[in-house]
Every structure is written in C-alpha cells, then in structure tokens.
Design a protein. Structure first.
Length: 372
C-alpha cells in the first residue's frame, strides 16, 4: 500500500472525547512531564528544527536531521552490543526481518529511505521521522495508514560514562560489557531512533505483525470513543513493546522495548522475578504496567498469528462496556484465571527495583550467567 491509496489522507477528527483529560494518556501529552514539546526543547545536538521542518499538522519531519559523527558513533556502539544479544533470544520472525535489514544498520544511523526500500515492498509499511513521542490520535492515524513514526534523535547526548565518551569520539564499534542498568546509554524511557528502528522495523517485515499494528491504529479511535484509551494502550505496551512468545517450548522475545535493551532482554527471559502469563486481551487491558523500570509481568503469546486473531480480528465493544476506566490489577497480580507460564518471586520488584543494591546484584548475576 502506498501513500496514494491509504484510507485517509488527513488527521481525522477524533471528536470531543479526545480532548477529555480523563481520556488522554498522561505519558503521551504534549507539554507535561515527558511531553513532546518539553523534550524537543532540550534536544542537545543537531535538532534546532523550525516550523519549516515539519509536514504541517502531521507531526512528522520532512526528512531526517543530518547526524554528527558522535551520533553515528553512539548508534554503532548500541548496535554492536545489542546485535549480540539476539540469537536464541529474539523470536524467529524478528530474526528473519532483522536479517534483511541488518546491512543497513552496521555503519551508523541508517537512512529511512533505505529501510523503506526494503520494508515497503515487503509489507506496505514505511517508517517516517518524528520529532518525539507524538499525540495518541496522530500516532494511531499513522499506524492505520501503515506509517511507523520513528524518533529522529539518538540518546546519550550528555555522556556520563567513559564508554559513551569514547563512542562519541568515533571509537565504536567495539564490544563493551555494559556494567550497570543506570548507564545513560543502555536504559531509555523515551523512544529514540535506536529503539524505534532496531526494535520495531524487523517485526514490521512480518505480514501478520504488519496487519496487527495497522489494526491496532484503527482500534485506537474506538477506544477513545469508549473512553478506554488507557486500557487499550496496555495492549500495545504488553505486546508490541514487551511481548514474549513461546517457540518450540522455549520463550523468545518479540517486543521492541525488550529487544532494544540488553538488560531487559536477560531479565524478561531468565530472571526468576517477573511473572510470565498467557496473554489475553481482557487480562492485559485491566493490568497496570511499569514505565520506568523492567516489567513485573510479561505476557506470552503462542504465535504472532494467534496474537493477531485474538485482538485485531475482534470487536472490543463488549469488553469496553464491562471494563472500568483505568486499571484493576496491579503489575504484580496473579489471578486464579491466569494461565501461568512461570510464577515470579518478584524479588527485583520488592527490593525497590532499579538502582537498589539488591536489584544491582540480581542483574549482575543474570549478566554473569548469560554472558556471551
Ligand atoms: Co516502541
């Protein structure tokens, strides 16, 4: 599908419901904490963008910025490290897509045009440069039209550690053992170009996943109408970003949030702390999630096709009618109705998580046990 035969060419009117503050997900607002305009204003290098750089009203940039040598260096550092994490951890569909794109990722920040030359013929998707996290309705509209908005900037503009300072001088690629979750380069809350391109584009090469995300975009509008955007957002969070899959009896990762983080790749697969539960949309839509640390619960699907059929092929109206706004279940909940894959001990969670001495020891053990 090309831009010319997409189903809508302008941002749809989402109706009055969208402007209800109860409907908006706080994390996706424009000017609040973590909001797009706030972060856009503090972007460190190369992002002095003016109005003329935006395509009017669509929250996308006309082109990628020109990246500095240091920015390409940081990409190479991230790429070299995370590429080694993937075999036997990322799912087969991810590895297949990754295999077709990898040559574009080796030499620094890739060009979206080069990626689209492979992605668009495969599944009709394109990636488009976005300045930051963009508002929900515009995000949904892009997805519905098989455009994936990808952050145009790269993390780590204010390096804190020697390895990042070396990468900025062009000393990457080199394999460096990451040593701490608080390293400014390897933990990231906001999606940047490395997360969006490395993490998301390989799965967009898969036909079922490509349809799944498009259907997700289309469903966003209905969720807004029913004032259940937060619940609906949990589906994206627990599948597209943090989803696990069972393949031939072993757990693998398909979620982009996990696959762009070396520590969460290990934590999600090997830690005895989090729960792992079979994914159902009803359960996921009632479940809170963690935005500033690893997940306390991961949801597991049998196949991408099954994920597609359990969500995209269904009308959520009957669920929305029963669902209270907001979340019913804590991130650590286990229910009698859950089909449990592994019951977690939640030791990482209950010691306080990221930055706590016991959490650090927990991760050091995992890294040592699964070092490559
Ligand atoms: Co993402």
């Amino acid at each position: 599908m090309s831009d010319s035969d997409t189903i809508s060419t302008s941002i749809p009117d989402m109706g009055a419901a969208y402007h209800d503050p109860l409907v908006q997900d706080a994390g996706h607002g424009l000017t609040g904490p973590g909001g797009a305009l706030h972060r856009y204003a503090i972007r460190p290098e190369g992002y002095r963008l003016g109005d003329e750089d935006f395509i009017t009203g669509s929250w996308r940039l006309r082109r990628q910025p020109r990246y500095t040598r240091a920015e390409h260096g940081r990409w190479r550092l991230l790429f070299e490290n995370q590429r080694r994490m993937l075999p036997d951890r990322a799912c087969k569909d991810f590895m297949t897509g990754f295999g077709r794109l990898e040559h574009l990722f080796r030499d620094g920040i890739p060009s979206f045009d080069d990626i689209n030359a492979i992605l668009e013929p495969a599944t009709g998707w394109t990636v488009v440069p976005a300045p930051e996290l963009i508002p929900d309705n515009i995000f949904f509209w892009h997805l519905e039209n098989r455009r994936f908005p990808a952050g145009a900037f790269i993390r780590g503009g204010q390096p804190q550690t020697p390895k990042v300072i070396r990468a900025n001088k062009g000393c990457a690629p080199e394999h460096v053992e990451y040593t701490a979750v608080e390293d400014d380069l390897f933990y990231l809350q906001e999606p940047d170009i490395f997360h969006d391109i490395f993490g998301h584009t390989p799965m967009l090469m898969n036909p079922f996943f490509a349809d799944y995300i498009q259907a997700y975009g289309a469903g966003g509008r209905r969720a807004i109408t029913f004032n259940r955007l937060k619940n609906f957002g949990a589906i994206y969070w627990y599948t597209v970003e943090f989803g696990l899959i069972e393949e031939e009896g072993a757990l693998r990762v398909y979620g982009a949030g996990i696959l762009s983080s070396p520590d969460e790749t290990l934590f999600s697969l090997y830690s005895d702390s989090p729960h792992r539960i079979r994914m159902t949309p009803e359960r996921v839509m009632r479940t809170d999630y963690v935005i500033s640390d690893f997940q306390d619960t991961y949801f597991v699907v049998d196949s991408i096709k099954a994920l597609y059929e359990s969500t995209a092929g269904r009308d959520f109206t009957p669920i929305y009618e029963k669902l209270p706004a907001g979340f019913t279940y804590a991130t650590t909940a286990l229910l009698d109705t859950d089909v449990v894959v592994t019951e977690g001990r939640q030791v990482y969670k209950f010691c306080g998580g990221k930055g706590r001495p016991r959490a650090r020891v927990h991760m050091e053990k995992l890294r040592a046990a699964h070092a490559r």
